[in-house]
Design a protein around this ligand. Structure first.
Ligand SMILES: [Zn+2]
Length: 129
């Protein structure tokens, strides 16, 4: 076994869809840590390329969060530990989400918590409109 440092690509997990993606960051593995690190290390929560694109287009993802047992209110920023289900997810334009939830959506907020079942109700409403 070589003592040379090894490298791998850092992976993030998309907070909207839960899929891993490459962050583009190169991680340097020093030999002493190698046993505990995999070739691809998941080290961050973020947005995959698809959801980053939607965010840049002005959309906010509605992610169902466990609002009953946890702290987050509807419209709160999504924290990984509060995500109830990674699907279904709905998208609204930032201004529209602000109007519906009666609270401003920060420009740096890519997704917001909604109660479980909310996305399905929203889909039913929009299908019958
Ligand atoms: Zn994603």
């Amino acid at each position: 076994m070589s003592d040379k440092p090894d490298v791998s690509v850092e992976q993030g997990v998309c907070i909207v869809c839960g899929h891993p993606y490459d962050t583009g960051t190169i991680l340097l593995h020093v030999p002493i840590l190698r046993k505990s690190m995999e070739r691809q290390a998941i080290t961050a929560w973020g947005l995959c390329p698809q959801h980053l694109m939607l965010y840049r287009q002005g959309y906010v993802a509605l992610v169902e969060c466990d609002t009953e047992s946890g702290n987050p209110d509807t419209g709160a920023a999504v924290r990984p530990e509060n995500v109830h289900s990674t699907e279904p997810v709905a998208y609204l334009k930032r201004e529209r989400a602000s109007a519906i939830f009666h609270k401003p959506v920060a420009p740096n907020q890519p997704c917001m918590c909604v109660a479980p079942g909310f996305v399905q109700k929203l889909q039913q409403i929009t299908q019958h409109a």
